[in-house]
Design a protein around this ligand. Structure first.
Ligand SMILES: Cc1ncc(COP(=O)(O)O)c(C=O)c1O
Length: 366
């Protein structure tokens, strides 16, 4: 049996007519860049993720960039970023000329903690980026307390955490702002690029809205140096269709994760566990194994697709060699990069496929 790591076509087949109908409506009305479809999606999405408002943008990286600009982060500033995440989390600092200061992460949630963040604070820290990695909320209360003590805003990178909550509070609404990605592989993915900013701070949102479209609220008057980070109408239409399925897809991801936890018995394997403050939405199901590469090969030999997310910590990336810290100084992030293995978790997996993944893992010759 072959089990793909991810097969978007399974969901897309069933949604084809509905999404193409939304395209036709947008096409016929010519609402291509922002417009009524984007506004409607912004309202639906804000409601779904428990935020007072959402701003649709071109992608999740643009969302982070806009928040960095809205907070006036710039050259000479430091921004704390977890070392184990996707590179775009660090672009929050780099795009505005600030320095990312990488912090270590927790070995079970894979997320930054108040302790690891505290160790990375400097006299120049202007913001903290918290990533809710793989769909699991970081332990926010101690982080928010630390941030308040130092008067530093927390940006929540929720690119992988649509519908994730922390003690019942939606991610993206606890810090100064939250950013989402709708890259096609995300739990809520478009049929192209997309992203959003959410915040409870109406003034910050006004600034993000201004910067999203060339720093301009009034035609041909530019109050700030801005960007073309508009969301496209066609994407908004597709995302609205998909948003109506997100609760069900999230429940399926959680049930697959539970099946993995019940079934996988391979020794020396560490599986993601629900945190006391709320279960993950399982953007990834990423296990840890000391012989990760051999296990990956074994799964591939038996038709199971896997991925390494992420095989290098950010301070180990070539582009950050001049930033540091040195290799060997963030041991948990480096260990995760060496031992992590993401297995299939997309909603449409069949029970037989899940059982094949489980049996193949359990038969790995130890
Ligand atoms: C944690 C994280 N942050 C930011 C991004 C950037 O999102 P996008 O690819 O939409 O620019 C991604 C997704 O790729 C991500 O996984």
């Amino acid at each position: 049996m072959k089990v793909p790591f991810l097969d978007l076509s399974r969901a897309h087949r069933g949604l084809r007519d509905e999404i193409l109908a939304s395209f036709a409506a947008t096409y016929d009305a010519g609402r291509f860049c922002l417009g009524a479809d984007v506004t409607a999606f912004e309202q639906d999405f804000a409601q779904a993720v428990g935020a007072p408002e959402a701003i649709g943008v071109g992608n999740g990286t643009a969302a982070l960039h806009l928040v960095a600009r809205a907070l006036d982060i710039g050259p000479g500033d430091d921004v704390v970023v977890p070392a184990f995440t996707f590179i775009a989390s660090a672009w929050t600092a780099s795009f505005v000329g600030a320095r990312p200061v990488f912090c270590d992460v927790d070995s079970r949630t894979y997320n930054a903690t108040a302790e690891t963040i505290a160790a990375a604070l400097t006299s120049k820290t202007k913001a903290i980026v918290v990533v809710h990695l793989f769909g699991q909320a970081a332990d926010m209360d101690p982080i928010l307390t630390l941030a308040q003590q130092h008067g530093i805003p927390v940006i929540e990178d929720c690119a992988q955490a649509h519908l994730t909550t922390y003690h019942g509070r939606p991610v993206g609404t606890m810090g100064v702002a939250g950013t989402f990605s709708f890259y096609p592989t995300k739990n809520l993915g478009g049929v192209g690029e997309g992203g959003a900013v959410v915040s409870t701070d109406a003034r910050l949102m006004d600034r993000v809205r201004l910067l999203r479209v060339h720093g301009s609220n009034v035609r041909y008057q530019h109050d700030a140096v801005g960007y073309n980070y508009r969301m496209e109408g066609l994407q908004a239409g597709a995302l609205r269709v998909k948003l109506s399925h997100l609760d069900r897809w999230t429940a399926l991801r959680r049930s697959h994760a539970e099946r993995y936890r019940e079934g996988i018995t391979l020794s020396d394997t560490i599986l993601p566990q629900p945190a006391p403050w709320g279960d993950s939405v399982y953007h990834q199901f990423t296990l840890l194994h000391p012989r990760r590469d051999a296990l990956r090969q074994h799964l591939s030999d038996h038709g199971v697709g896997t991925d390494l997310i992420y095989p290098r910590a950010l301070h180990q990336q070539p582009c950050f060699q001049d930033v540091g810290p040195a290799d060997g100084t963030l041991p948990v992030a480096e260990e995760l990069a060496r031992t992590c293995l993401s297995v299939p978790i997309f909603p449409e997996l069949s029970e037989a496929e899940l059982d094949h993944v489980i049996a193949t893992i359990n038969h790995f010759p130890g």
